[in-house]
Design a protein around this ligand. Structure first.
Ligand SMILES: [Zn+2]
Length: 365
């Protein structure tokens, strides 16, 4: 008999969507209202989106400055605890001083940095990224990078063309900063071979231990075939298995599946239908199809509940929100250490003054 504790009952069905946007992109304009559609009430399957991590598209497109654009979304989302913000960076034409100012004036308001080498047309080998990554390292911030693999018509890899945001390029970049968590958005956006290539890169980085790579599953397996009334999610399943070392006799890295997390890129494309009910249904279907794939996989079904909780909630929380918590605790720690020291010094000062026969209160008049 399986005993389900009350806490695990409450826990299931919580979602963190680690990849969403506001701003203008590809002819569409996306606002907080488009995201509220998903967070205001539970999904048809009774799941609740606890948090969406939002980044601004206008900064990436150089339509707004790094300070102004990120400050604007801070203002937009300030009254809701459903959102956490990832600061968009524009190394092409921006400056790290903008981001520094943003973080100094608004401590603990941004949980990561977002980069889009494609939109910016900025090769990852460009030195302009360096001050940003240095800042991320100082502040313990995960960095979310758009990732994409070029495919030929028919879905085969294009060996003659390597995309700016190809996972191999991101891996080479990440190796220079092996401690910083670098998230490959969309698990190498594209189709089958694109995801296979990205999964290989993730696994290689784990085996070599020379980069701290993660990935989100926005756009992954969205147009796959249907089986048992659900779309198949072969690459999401494959990524989880590979990161757990299932079927790999040489695997010595334990369970690394915490490196994969749920995300959607909402409210882009199919998450902004004319009728918002349709957008919610699309979202719900994506979630349900993934859950179905995990629950019916021969290797994953026995741990399905945990794998689902991790993929949809725990992994993003651990990566993005525990780093933020650490920053907060370090402020607390400083206060905890500083207070008794100040009090102690104050006492010494008091006794010294009284010994000399002076009233310490007179110091302040
Ligand atoms: Zn995106």
């Amino acid at each position: 008999m399986r005993v389900i504790s009350i806490s695990s009952v409450n826990f299931s069905g919580k979602i963190i969507d680690s990849h969403t946007h506001v701003g203008a992109h590809d002819g569409g304009i996306y606002t907080k209202r488009d995201l509220d559609v998903f967070v205001k009430s539970e999904l048809p399957n009774k799941d609740t989106i606890e948090k969406m991590f939002v980044s601004d598209l206008d900064v990436l497109h150089s339509q707004k400055g790094e300070y102004e654009g990120n400050k604007a979304i801070l203002e937009t989302f300030k009254d809701s605890n459903k959102y956490e913000l990832i600061a968009s960076c524009s190394p092409k034409d921006g400056d790290i001083s903008n981001i520094k100012r943003l973080f100094e004036e608004n401590p603990n308001k941004f949980i990561g940095l977002k980069f889009h080498p494609d939109i910016q047309e900025l090769e990852l080998s460009d030195k302009k990224y360096e001050p940003y990554i240095k800042f991320a390292s100082e502040k313990n911030l995960p960095c979310l990078f758009h990732s994409q693999v070029d495919l030929l018509e028919g879905g085969k890899l294009d060996s003659n063309k390597i995309h700016i945001s190809d996972p191999e390029n991101i891996y080479a970049f990440a190796k220079k900063y092996p401690k910083i968590p670098i998230v490959m958005a969309h698990l190498g956006a594209g189709y089958n071979e694109a995801h296979d290539k990205t999964i290989d890169v993730l696994v290689k980085a784990v085996k070599n231990g020379d980069a701290n790579l993660y990935a989100d599953i926005s756009w992954v397996d969205i147009d796959s075939g249907v089986k048992d009334g659900h779309k198949t999610k072969d690459h999401i399943i494959k990524a989880i298995k590979k990161l757990k070392g299932i079927g790999d006799s040489t695997w010595e890295s334990g369970d690394q599946s915490y490196r994969l997390m749920f995300g959607t890129d909402a409210p882009l494309a199919r998450f902004k239908e004319k009728n918002s009910k349709k957008s919610i249904q699309n979202y719900n279907d994506f979630v349900e199809d993934i859950k179905h794939a995990i629950k019916t996989d021969k290797d994953l079904s026995k741990d399905a509940d945990k794998i689902i909780d991790d993929l949809f909630y725990n992994n993003a929380k651990k990566l993005y929100l525990s780093a933020q918590k650490k920053n907060k605790t370090s402020y607390k720690k400083i206060a905890l250490i500083a207070l008794p020291i100040t009090a102690f010094l104050g006492l010494i000062f008091y006794f010294n003054k009284t010994k000399k026969g002076q009233n310490p209160r007179s110091v302040k008049g």
